[in-house]
Design a protein around this ligand. Structure first.
Ligand code: SF4
Length: 377
């Protein structure tokens, strides 16, 4: 298990004259109602009027605290609807949030996502205070590999570039030549192979993403055996069952799913690409084969589309709650602290990715088979 580079921090300046709300003052009164009514209009399709009075006081308090702290919240697509839509300042997939983290001017960044995302924000904004609201917001992919593992792989395979998925720790990124996301993995693999003049690339740590990328390129992929515990649970039988019980539904899968799930789906792309697909094609019925909250968040912007929810929840993402975000902002905890040397080396790999020209999100053609020469190292 990879250790979290996070230091709990004692409460600072919790002065009621500076802070708009104390914990005991969080009630759904007329002031909170007035402050949050417009936000409720945005999410009323996915949050019931019975639930809203429980969320609204925290939402109002968080939005006030953000101003007082000069803070922004980066909200990943897998956050629950009340976080994503009502307190998130920047919303999107890992690549989009990484780009925002690099440019943000606020003093404090609260990562409404998991730990590796907060580390990426710290890598890109080392002078800012980066907070992760829960110490338990880990990731099975990030925990599948260490920096020492990557150092050993490089010793065994000299001269082959190392591409690491952003779902990794700072130590792993520091050992890498370039990072990628599910949105740009095909582009990154082909670009780095061309730059290095090689015909093979090490792509870590997600085995299924590596296999799905290998099916789309002539570059040989050397892969690791990491898995996302949310996406690995989907099977071709699930897809067949969905097709049988929801005739006409368009099925969109994430490339962290096994290749046979990708082959059974209608379209495969990153969370950003799935979101764009729904926005552009407006299918009557759609199924997003990914983390459950994503459907609610895409549904808010597409009220005329019917979403069938397969509902695999990420337990790590679900550690981030309104309550945890409120505590993080009130007490400025838990601050992400990185070794400056590791951070600077990791930044080179992230910057190399961000320096690539923007390209359309990589689309995974489901008809292409995984090549037989893919190697798990
Ligand atoms: S959904 Fe998968 S890849 Fe994303 S944080 Fe959860 S375990 Fe990690």
């Amino acid at each position: 298990m990879v250790e979290l580079n996070i230091l709990p921090r004692p409460p600072i300046s919790a002065n009621p004259t500076n802070l708009a709300y104390g914990r005991r003052g969080l009630v759904y009164d007329n002031q909170v109602k007035a402050e949050t009514d417009a936000l409720y209009e945005r999410v009323r399709g996915v949050i019931s009027s019975l639930e809203w009075p429980a969320f609204a006081p925290l939402i109002a308090a968080i939005n006030r605290l953000k101003k007082e702290r000069d803070a922004v919240i980066l909200a990943h697509n897998y956050m629950t609807a009340e976080i994503f839509n009502c307190v998130g300042d920047f919303r999107g997939d890992s690549l989009g949030l990484a780009r925002e983290a690099a440019n943000v001017s606020a003093k404090v960044i609260v990562q409404a996502g998991v730990h590796f995302m907060a580390e990426t924000s710290k890598i890109l904004s080392p002078d800012k205070t980066v907070l992760i609201p829960s110490l338990e917001a880990g990731c099975s992919l990030a925990a599948s590999i260490t920096g020492e593992d990557v150092a050993l792989i490089k010793q065994k395979h000299p001269g082959i570039p190392v591409v690491t998925y952003v779902n990794t720790t700072a130590e792993v990124k520091a050992q890498s030549d370039i990072c990628c996301t599910s949105s740009n993995a095909i582009q990154v693999v082909e670009t780095i192979a061309r730059q290095w003049g090689v015909d093979q690339v090490i792509l870590l740590p997600d085995e299924y993403l590596a296999k799905n990328v290998a099916a789309q390129t002539k570059i040989k992929i050397l892969a690791w055996g990491g898995k996302c515990e949310v996406h690995e649970r989907f099977t071709p039988d699930d897809i067949a069952e969905i097709r049988a019980s929801h005739s006409g539904a368009v099925i969109l899968a994430h490339p962290e799913c096994p290749p046979d799930v990708v082959a059974a789906s209608d379209f495969t792309g990153s969370t950003g690409a799935m979101s764009d697909y729904v926005e552009f094609h407006k299918p009557k019925k759609v199924v997003l084969i990914t983390e459950c909250s994503m459907s609610d968040n895409v549904a808010v912007a597409n009220p005329d589309v019917e979403f069938i929810k397969p509902c695999n929840l990420c337990p790590h993402m679900k550690m981030i709650t309104l309550e945890a975000i409120y505590d993080a902002l009130l007490n400025l905890r838990h601050e992400v602290v990185l070794d400056p040397v590791v951070s600077a080396r990791a930044k080179k790999a992230v910057d190399a990715m961000l320096a690539l020209p923007p390209a359309p999100a990589g689309i995974f053609d489901p008809t292409r088979p995984v090549p037989a020469n893919l190697e798990i190292i």
